[in-house]
Design a protein around this ligand. Structure first.
Ligand code: G3P
Length: 216
């Protein structure tokens, strides 16, 4: 499973990019709203920092506006993948933009039925939000598994991007559930690095080395 970074914060993207584990970046209106500056400039800068797709979401709620904004977003950089919400108008926009060769992620997908529609409309990705299920007492990982299952025939090559990842465990469970990608916020990504046994083991190596009288 590939890892993407879920943020629009350029400093966080620079820090994560150094690890060499990030294969794309996802943004959305909430993540963009936390940053200052012009949307196009932010997206263009993100595209310069990572190898891989940069997801940027439309704001319009009607199909014509989504299509117009999707074309505008796609024109910012060749790395841009347009995010379109899973609505009736959204499906029309997914279909139109996909036919123009513009990569689209259908977002806010919460059911296998929605994922099937998005895939048939030409979405390159579908994004189920794990954390949002957990917020209302449902099992987000189960939803990812169900969506991955119905898309597993590869009929349209649509990939599952597990989103709203709130912890390292979410990322691991998304992989187990069959997600193609997990988009992970910076905090959870850096939490994935740490393990107490790694820390303890390294400390012991360094102590034994020092105790042997060798230079650090
Ligand atoms: O990728 C979607 C993500 O940014 C939403 O996360 O934690 O607000 O559900 P959250």
């Amino acid at each position: 499973m590939k890892l993407f970074l879920d943020t629009a914060n350029l400093d966080d993207i620079r820090a994560a990019a150094k690890l060499g584990v990030i294969h794309g970046v996802t943004t959305n209106p909430t993540l963009i709203s936390r940053e200052k500056g012009d949307l196009s400039a932010i997206i263009r800068e993100i595209a310069s920092l990572v190898d891989g797709p940069v997801f940027a979401e439309v704001i319009a709620q009607n199909a014509e506006g989504m299509i117009r904004e999707g074309r505008e977003l796609a024109s910012i950089d060749k790395a841009v993948c347009v995010k379109i919400p899973m609505t009736e108008a959204g499906l029309t926009a997914v279909s139109a933009l996909s036919k123009e060769g513009i990569p689209v992620c259908c977002t806010l997908v919460f059911s296998a039925a929605q994922a099937l529609l998005a895939s048939n409309a030409g979405a390159r990705y579908v994004a189920p939000f794990i954390g949002r299920f957990d917020d209302i007492g449902y099992d987000g990982i189960e939803a990812v598994a169900s969506i991955a299952e119905v898309l597993s025939d590869g009929e349209f090559g649509t990939e599952v991007v597990a989103a709203s990842v709130r912890s390292p465990l979410h990322a691991v469970e998304a992989a187990r559930a069959g997600a193609d990608i997990a988009t992970v916020p910076p905090k959870a990504l850096f939490q994935m690095i740490r393990h107490p046994l790694t820390d303890a083991g390294l400390a012991k190596f360094m102590k034994d080395w020092a105790d042997s009288g060798r230079e650090a």
